[in-house]
Ligand binder design. Sequence first.
Ligand SMILES: [Zn+2]
Length: 67
Amino acid sequence: MMKCREATQKMSEELERPLTLGEKASVTVHVAMCRPCRNFRRQAAFLRDSMRAYARTPEDDERNPSQ
Ligand SMILES: [Zn+2]
């Protein structure tokens, strides 16, 4: 089985690029059995969504000036 270090590494890479099917399967198997890595993945997903929301902000500001 993949080590925690490898699993979290793959989950970090997933934020930058799509994982291969093999990588995704390895991570999925690992997090199914490893609670700390499940928590890590949840936080990574939250960070990713936050970054997307942040990236949208400038456009929203142009449409809705707050000053
Ligand atoms: Zn783990």
